[in-house]
Design a protein around this ligand. Structure first.
Ligand code: SAH
Length: 231
C-alpha cells in the first residue's frame, strides 16, 4: 500500500515532532535532515506504508534492516556533524542514514561550494544497488558515494575522515577505522556481538595514538560481516 506525497510529508513531520518531544532530536541540523529526507523512498517497496513508524524495517530477504529513525537521530547527534565534513559510513543498507548525513554536511538548500561528502561502504552488492537507486531518485547521489566492499577495512584511498559511523555491530573497533580518522574526529559504532548486549560507543581521536571512549548505552544492530565481524 502507498500514500500520496502529502500524506508522507505529514506522517514524517509527526514522527519528527515526536522525536523532538522525546528529547532524541536535539539540534536544528538533525531536525532539518529528518524532516527533509523521504524515508518512504528508502524502505523496501512493500514496506512503504510503515516508513514513518519509529522502528527498523527488513530490507527484503537480505536479512538486513533499515535502522529506526530514533537510532539515526541519536547517532547523528553523537557524531556532531557540520557542513563541509568528510564522512565514512560502514553499512549503507538502504542509503537512508547516509542521505540524512548528506543533508547536514551538504545541505540541499545551500551552495555546493560549502558541501562536504559521504562515502558509504556496503558488503552486499544487492543492497549497494538498492541504495544507489534510492539515492539517485531522491537527489543525493552527488553527495553520497556508495562503494561495495568490507567496511571494516575502511577506505584508505579517501581517508582521513572527519567522522566515521558504523551501522552494524562489531566485537571491537576495527583498527583501520581508527587509523583513517582525523585527529579531532570521532567514530560512532555499536560494539558487541549478541543482539541484546551491544553498546553504542563514541570514540574521539585526541592524537595519533590517543583515543577517548564514551559509552552511550544499549542498542540492537545486525552483526558486522567481513574481516572484523563477529560471525
Ligand atoms: N545504514 C543503513 C542500515 C544498515 S543495516 C540504512 O540506513 O538503511 C547494516 C548494513 O551493514 C547492512 O546493509 C549490511 O549488509 C552492512 N554490512 C555488514 N557488515 C558490513 C561490512 N563489513 N562492510 C560493509 N557493510 C556491511
Amino acid at each position: 500500500m502507498s500514500f500520496s506525497n502529502d500524506v508522507y510529508i505529514e506522517l514524517r513531520n509527526k514522527l519528527v515532532d515526536l522525536l523532538k518531544e522525546e528529547g532524541i532530536i536535539k539540534s536544528e541540523k538533525v531536525e532539518r535532515a529528518l524532516r527533509t529526507v523521504p524515508r518512504h523512498e528508502f524502505v523496501w517497496p512493500t514496506m512503504r506504508d510503515k516508513a514513518y513508524y519509529d522502528m527498523p524495517l527488513p530490507l527484503g530477504n537480505t536479512g538486513q534492516t533499515i535502522s529506526a529513525p530514533h537510532m539515526v537521530a541519536i547517532m547523528n547527534e553523537l557524531l556532531e556533524l557540520d557542513k563541509g565534513l568528510k564522512i565514512l559510513e560502514v553499512g549503507t543498507g538502504s542509503g537512508y542514514h547516509a542521505a540524512t548525513i548528506a543533508e547536514i554536511v551538504a545541505p540541499s538548500n545551500e551552495s555546493e561550494n560549502c558541501w562536504g561528502i559521504v562515502y558509504s561502504i556496503e558488503y552486499l552488492e544487492e543492497l549497494a544497488d538498492f541504495a544507489r537507486s534510492n539515492l539517485k531518485r531522491t537527489g543525493y547521489s552527488n553527495r553520497v558515494h556508495v562503494v561495495i566492499g568490507d567496511g571494516g577495512l575502511g577506505l584508505p584511498e579517501y581517508s582521513p575522515f572527519d567522522r566515521i559511523l558504523v551501522t552494524a555491530a562489531s566485537p571491537t573497533i576495527p583498527p583501520p577505522l581508527k587509523q583513517q580518522l582525523k585527529v579531532g574526529g570521532r567514530i560512532v559504532i555499536p560494539i558487541g556481538t549478541h543482539l541484546f548486549s551491544q553498546e553504542l560507543v563514541v570514540l574521539e581521536k585526541k592524537s595519533g595514538k590517543e583515543f577517548d571512549e564514551k559509552r552511550w548505552g544499549g542498542v540492537a544492530f545486525v552483526p558486522l560481516l567481513g574481516k572484523f565481524g563477529g560471525i
